[in-house]
Design a protein around this ligand. Structure first.
Ligand code: LMR
Length: 447
């Protein structure tokens, strides 16, 4: 295996950051800045996930592979514009009366009316009884942020509590950004057991034990489907048990749903847990993202749905969400909302979208099988690799340790996060053998 050079791509990104800071500090000493306004600002490390993308792009190695960021790629390793999205864009272009006015503060009405139906189901009682307050957000990140801000200010059981007592419980591990989003608002985050590294599966007993021990009415973040980063979801029976504990302990379910459709290829199936909780009248909210399932990463289109006990409460909740949104972004962006609104409201386009989602989920499932086949049947790599095919969604938690992951990046030019997560969407028929061979070498200590 070729070693790229004496410095790895990640080191080069870090060196660039250091270089920029040194120049900045020299400028300060030379007197080219007058004030000390930001003299004490420490240099933050680059974002772990997006740093990988930057390093991958800068890498000249011909067999480089990006398994870092959770973004869908086609079998040629290229970003995929969904055919139905292309069609929606063309239709928007043709609309002569389209203008560039502000949307409402809560977003495009056609979108916020349709988006809850996708997650709760068109026949949901919560929707029929007008108990859902839906606000268009800056993708899933914005929905998580607005949700946490709203809870911080208005969650009843947190009334009179200090910041340190406003706790959001997060699965260990979780999407790296969760902690940062909630810390920015002032909430405290505490991990709950979720993943058992020894069995590479759900640590269900300890998960339940913790839910039974945390204070009543605690806020617990749950990944609605396709858990990021592990790809390990509870089964429907396990979800029922989890819901039972939420009921018994009056816990609040903060659902993050960034991958509806990616787990099973079926939008309804992937909403099963959320709908089960709604049926059981467990207090909850759901953050939706259309980055992955509509391939609209840059358009930043998402939705926050808060479910209330009655229509009057929902009206008050919506009014306060609107106030918060106004001070943060005033009005959400229109383009992504117009596209998704077409996908959700036009029956023919909805069916085409379902087909596109299946294409993406199906290719990922094929790649799981191909990687498993290479590791187990072709290379006889030490270890049990069943988890590669049993985990679902965009990601797989390979079980590689940080040292092995480092070697994958530095010696094999295969970009992946240090926790062993790989984005299955980065695999294709052209690179799966190379990736498997490198995993094999990493496991055998020869990479
Ligand atoms: C990921 O987990 O890779 C994606 O959700 C991208 C991101 O924002 O981190």
């Amino acid at each position: 295996m070729s070693s790229a050079s004496s410095t790895s791509p990640i080191d080069r990104v870090l060196q660039l950051a250091t270089h920029l800071t040194t120049n900045h500090n020299n400028n300060m000493q030379n007197g080219s800045h007058h004030a000390d306004a930001f003299a004490d600002v420490p240099l933050a490390p680059p974002d772990a996930i997006f740093q990988l993308t930057a390093a991958y792009k800068a890498d000249k190695f011909d067999k480089k592979v990006n398994l870092g960021v959770g973004a869908y790629r086609d079998n040629e390793g290229k970003p995929w514009v969904l055919p139905v999205v292309k069609k929606a864009k063309a239709l928007i272009q043709e609309q002569e009366n389209i203008d560039h006015e502000y949307l409402a503060i809560t977003g495009l009405a056609d979108f916020t009316k349709a988006s809850p139906k996708l997650i709760f189901g068109p026949d949901s009682d919560a929707i029929k009884e007008n108990r859902v307050s839906a606000v268009q957000t800056i993708s899933g990140t914005g929905a998580n942020h607005l949700a946490a801000l709203f809870l911080y200010k208005y969650y009843g059981p947190w009334k009179g509590k200090s910041d340190a007592e406003k706790v959001i419980y997060l699965s260990n591990p979780t999407w790296a950004n969760h902690k940062a989003i909630f810390a920015n608002i002032g909430c405290k985050t505490i991990d709950y057991p979720y993943y058992d590294a020894k069995t590479i599966s759900l640590d269900f007993e300890n998960f339940k034990k913790t839910l039974n021990e945390i204070p009543e009415s605690s806020v617990v973040l749950l990944h609605a489907c396709a858990h990021n980063p592990t790809g390990v979801d509870p089964t429907q029976d396990q979800w029922k048990e989890i819901a039972g504990i939420f009921e018994k302990r009056a816990l609040f379910a903060f659902f993050d749903c960034a991958y509806q459709g990616f787990a099973s290829g079926d939008l309804d199936n992937d909403a099963w847990a959320v709908r089960h909780f709604v049926d059981r009248k467990i207090p909850l909210l759901v953050c939706q993202s259309y980055a992955k399932n509509a391939g609209l990463y840059g358009e930043r289109i998402g939705c926050l749905n808060v479910v209330s006990k009655d229509a009057d409460e929902a009206k008050r909740v919506l009014s306060q969400l609107s106030v918060l949104q106004r001070s943060e972004i005033s009005n959400p962006p229109s383009f992504g909302a117009r596209i998704v609104s077409m996908l959700l409201n036009d029956e023919q386009m909805f069916q085409e979208w379902i087909r596109d989602v299946k294409t993406m989920a199906g290719r990922i499932i094929e790649m799981r099988e191909a990687l498993y086949d290479q590791l187990v049947n072709k290379l006889h790599t030490p270890g049990d690799w069943k988890h590669i095919t049993t985990q679902i969604g965009m990601f797989s938690f390979t079980g590689l340790n940080p040292e092995q992951c480092k070697k994958m990046v530095e010696n094999a030019h295969i970009y992946m996060t240090g926790n062993g997560r790989i984005s299955m969407a980065g695999l294709n028929t052209n690179n799966v053998q190379y990736v498997a061979e490198c995993i094999d070498k990493a496991v055998r200590g020869t990479l």
